[in-house]
Design a protein around this ligand. Structure first.
Ligand SMILES: [Zn+2]
Length: 307
C-alpha cells in the first residue's frame, strides 16, 4: 500500500527558544472502573468522589463550563510538564479547531490533496489566535513560524492530512515519522493533525526536553533519523489497516521518546494514548488524599459514589 505521505519529510523552520508564563502541572491518575474499585477499597468513597472531581477538574478547574480546555493549556504552556502530569483527555481550543476546519476545507483544491498548515499563538492576555500558513504540497507543509508576533508565544503547529480519490480518500491518518521527529528541532510544545473525522495531538514533555537539550546539530539529526526509523520499522511490522499501522508506529515513537499522544473524533474530546501509567491499587489513604489535594479537588460528599 502506498504511503508516500509518510515518507516525506516536512522540513521545519528553525526558531529560537521561547519564554513565557508558568502553569502548574496537573497530576495524572489513570482512569478505569478497576481503579475506582481499588480506590474505594483503599481509601473510601470520599476519596473516590474527590478523585473523580479532580479528573473533571483537570478540564474545568472552577467546576464551571469554561470556554477553554485546561488540559490543552497544560500541554501547550510555557512550563514543560512531566509525562505523568499529562492530562487524560484534552479538547482543542476553539481557535485551533476553527483554524483546522478552515484548513481542511482548503485541502482538496480541484479534487487534489494539498496539505494546509498554521500555528496557534498565545497573546499577552492569555488568549489564543490561529494564523494560517501558506498551502503545502500533497504530502508536506511548512509551518509559518515567522508569523509569531511580538509579545506572542508559539503554542502549537497544526496541519491537515488530506488523501484525495487517487490516494484512496483515506481518513483518520495520524502523524508521519517526520511529523514526530521534527519536534526535535521545532519549538512548539504541541502539534496537531486534522484528518477528516479524526484529530491527533502530540505534545512534548520534560522527559522529551531532557533527551534533546544537550544535543548538538549532528546528534539532533541522528535522533530524528532514529525516530523515523522506529516509525518505519513499526509500521512495516504492524498488522491491520493502513491507519492502524500508522497508529502503531506513532504510539511506538511516542512511548520510546517521551511524547504524549492523543486521538479522537474531530471536534470532540481527545483521549491520551501514551504513555501508559500504571497505578498501584494499594495506595495508602494519606498518600491518595495528598495527590487528590494536589489536583485541587475540593472535599466532596460521598453522594453518587456509594456502592
Ligand atoms: Zn503530517
Amino acid at each position: 500500500m502506498s504511503h508516500a505521505r509518510d515518507e516525506l519529510a516536512r522540513p521545519p523552520a528553525e526558531a529560537t527558544e521561547l519564554q513565557g508564563e508558568t502553569a502548574a502541572p496537573v497530576p495524572f491518575l489513570e482512569p478505569g472502573p478497576l481503579q475506582v474499585a481499588a480506590l474505594q477499597r483503599s481509601a473510601g468513597n470520599r476519596s473516590v468522589a474527590r478523585w473523580l472531581s479532580g479528573r473533571r477538574g483537570a478540564n474545568a478547574p472552577s467546576g464551571a463550563v469554561l470556554a477553554r480546555d485546561a488540559g490543552f493549556d497544560t500541554l501547550g504552556g510555557a512550563t514543560p510538564i512531566a509525562e505523568a502530569a499529562a492530562p487524560v483527555s484534552i479538547q482543542l481550543p476553539k481557535e485551533l479547531e476553527d483554524g483546522l476546519k478552515a484548513a481542511w476545507a482548503k485541502s482538496f483544491p480541484g479534487g487534489k490533496s494539498q496539505e494546509h498548515v498554521g500555528i496557534l499563538v498565545q497573546k499577552k492576555d492569555g488568549s489564543y489566535a490561529w494564523k494560517a500558513g501558506p498551502p503545502g504540497t500533497s504530502g508536506s507543509s511548512k509551518p509559518n513560524y515567522g508569523d509569531v508576533g511580538k509579545d506572542e508565544r508559539l503554542v502549537a503547529s497544526a496541519h491537515t492530512h488530506p488523501y484525495d480519490a487517487s490516494e484512496g480518500n483515506k481518513k483518520d491518518v495520524s502523524f508521519s515519522g517526520a511529523d514526530l521527529a521534527n519536534l526535535v528541532t521545532q519549538d512548539e510544545r504541541v502539534k496537531a493533525v486534522y484528518a477528516d473525522t479524526s484529530e491527533f495531538v502530540v505534545a512534548k514533555t520534560k522527559e522529551f526536553d531532557a533527551r534533546v537539550k544537550d544535543l548538538d546539530t549532528t546528534k539532533k539529526a541522528e535522533l530524528k533519523t532514529e525516530m523515523k526509523k522506529l516509525w518505519n520499522d513499526t509500521y512495516s511490522a504492524a498488522k491491520g489497516t493502513f491507519q492502524e499501522r500508522v497508529e502503531a508506529a506513532v504510539k511506538a515513537v511516542c512511548e520510546k521518546y517521551d511524547l504524549v499522544y492523543y486521538a479522537g473524533a474531530s471536534g470532540g474530546k481527545l483521549t491520551r494514548k501514551t504513555p501508559k501509567v500504571a497505578v498501584t491499587p494499594t495506595v495508602p489513604k494519606a498518600e491518595l488524599d495528598t495527590a487528590l489535594a494536589a489536583v485541587g479537588a475540593t472535599a466532596a460528599t460521598d453522594e453518587g459514589t456509594e456502592t
